[in-house]
Design a binder for this molecule. Structure first.
Ligand SMILES: O[C@H]1[C@H](O)[C@@H](O)[C@H](O)[C@@H](O)[C@H]1O
Length: 536
């Protein structure tokens, strides 16, 4: 770092622009706020989003791949057929380690930068894939899946943060949705690869090992990707921040003004946060980064930050507790029980629907808005779940998740009920993909810069905690309270989620990241956000 092109780190929030560059009052009045620009970003930001989105592909691939792995592994591990306990541990250790990794990711992303955490996640993705592909023991598989869990946890926390901090506000929704497209696309690829290798002896080693390739690819290209301007300003690298922003806004009319305005907004936000805090430094006992992390934790629990955290955690909890991943992990089991001739192919239809409707969400999200898309789509999920429950209740025989294929508890050949269930689950998946599947990943936009990565990380931990609960409880619930009541339970979660969204989730579409703070400062900001979006 050279003294001439960087701010003095000892006063990290000193005025950002050299005095000759500081605009006059008159200039400021005529500057266009970045949030009011109809600018969807040039090739640079799209290239960055696609490169970062590979993390989403890995996340989707590694979570989607488990169902086919479990059914093709045979007795290759520890020379025995997998027990139910083996299967549960192999499946759930990934969510558990993702849950453990995500809060630490927040601290690391602040200390080292967003980009380095993505690099670290890639290394873990590759290592986890290699360990799984070469192991011949059950514990080796659990170890590999746990390493992948650490990778998934950190990638899922840091990548939306990275993309939303780079994105121009009018395209932010769409750019973050690209991540969901990569996740759901990764799941489709995992189902297809699983199906292709299902009859090859030892094919499961390929299924899990293939996950290493995108990780290596991303590792190679990430070297060329920049850090986010917001992190750079916070770390005192202002000139680099400006040059990244200049590339992002290069095709935008009045680019220089917009960039100046943005840099000043970010730096003012940091200054204000520091002055609210009084910037006490750590003395003695605790290292500075622990001190900073604790301080951020305290800040997160106050006022608007606490509201942002509640919204982000609520959305992530509803995304998982609505039960969607029970389909992702066990749809083949469900369809086998319903006597479909090719359960894996039938479950591929769920993954495909999820992907295609995420694509539709990508087109619609910035136009319709996050809040509205949720308020429209969740009721459709409720209706589909209730109809699914009614269909299940009209079937004979009790559910048996231990041996759904051999015992065929539901002998329904010739009945229309399995098709009705497939139809309801497809509608449920489509509505989920339009709203809940992707909106919660817009979480970073809710938080001001100083608590953004910690807040996003805690929301991501909520996602993985709830994912773990669903993965662990779905099959027992189907047996204990019946399929109908299980789906009714998910419908109740959706209803509760709908009311929570209605009451506390303001419309974020089109707001600049620096404006959101004001919205949540004195309340949930729902009315104010609706007023603004009507006027926009
Ligand atoms: O956004 C994603 C997506 O909807 C996936 O299909 C699902 O498996 C994940 O849990 C979720 O976080």
């Amino acid at each position: 770092m050279t003294g001439t092109d960087e701010r003095d780190l000892s006063s990290p929030h000193a005025p950002l622009l050299a005095s000759s560059q500081v605009p006059s009052e008159h200039d400021r009045e005529h500057e266009t706020p970045a949030s009011e620009l109809e600018y969807s970003g040039g090739w640079f930001i799209w290239a960055l989003t696609f490169s970062a989105g590979i993390s989403g592909l890995l996340f989707g691939y590694d979570t989607g791949v488990i169902s086919s792995t479990l059914v093709t592994v045979g007795s290759d591990l520890s020379n025995r057929t997998l027990t139910t306990l083996d299967k549960s541990l192999i499946t759930s250790c990934t969510s558990l380690f993702a849950l453990i990794a995500s809060p630490f990711t927040g601290v690391l992303a602040d200390k080292l930068g967003r980009r380095k955490v993505i690099l670290g996640a890639d290394a873990l993705f590759a290592l986890g894939a290699v360990v799984q592909a070469f192991t011949s023991q059950v514990w080796g598989m659990i170890l590999g899946r746990s390493i992948v869990g650490l990778a998934v946890g950190s990638a899922s926390a840091v990548t939306p943060l990275y993309i939303s901090e780079l994105a121009p506000s009018s395209a932010r929704g769409r750019l973050v949705t690209i991540l969901s497209l990569f996740i759901t696309g990764g799941q489709v690829v995992a189902y297809i690869v699983g199906w292709l290798f299902s009859t090859t002896p030892g094919g499961w080693r390929w299924i899990v090992g293939i996950g290493a390739f995108p990780a290596f690819f991303q590792l190679a290209i990430l070297v060329f990707l920049p850090e986010t301007p917001r992190w750079l300003v916070q770390a005192g690298h202002d000139v680099q921040a400006k040059s990244v922003l200049t590339k992002i806004y290069q095709d935008c009319p009045g680019c220089e003004q917009v960039v100046n305005r943005l840099v000043r907004d970010i730096s003012q936000e940091i200054e204000q946060e520091d002055s609210e805090l009084g910037q006490p430094k750590s003395h003695g006992a605790k290292p500075q980064w622990i001190h900073d992390a604790l301080q951020r934790g305290q800040q997160l629990l106050h006022g608007g930050n606490r509201r942002a955290l509640i919204i982000a955690m609520m959305l992530q909890a509803v995304q998982q507790l609505c039960g969607f991943n029970s389909l992702m992990y066990f749809s083949a089991t469900i369809f086998a029980s319903l006597s479909f001739s090719s359960p894996t192919l039938t479950s591929l239809s769920v993954a495909l629907t999820n992907f295609l409707f995420t694509l539709l969400a990508f087109v619609l999200i910035d136009r319709i808005g996050r809040r509205r898309i949720l308020l429209y789509s969740i009721p459709v999920m409720v209706i589909a779940l209730v109809l699914c429950a009614v269909s299940f209740s009209s079937m004979d025989g009790a559910w048996n998740s231990e041996a759904p294929t051999s015992n065929k508890p539901h002998d329904n050949h010739g009945s229309a009920v399995p098709l009705a269930i497939l139809f309801c689950l497809t509608i449920y998946t489509a509505a989920y993909a339009l709203g809940l599947g992707n909106v919660p990943w817009q979480q970073s936009e809710l938080f001001p810069l100083n608590v953004r990565s910690l807040g996003s990380a805690l929301a991501t931990a909520t996602n993985w905690g709830s994912n773990f609960v669903i993965g662990l409880t779905f099959l027992p619930l189907m047996e204990w309270i019946s399929p109908s009541w299980t789906f009714i339970l998910y419908a109740v979660v959706c209803v509760v989620g709908w009311f929570a969204v209605w009451n506390i989730y303001p419309e974020m579409s089109g707001l600049g990241l620096e404006e959101v703070k004001g919205l949540l400062a004195d309340g949930w900001g729902v009315k104010e956000s609706l007023r603004r979006s009507r006027n926009a």
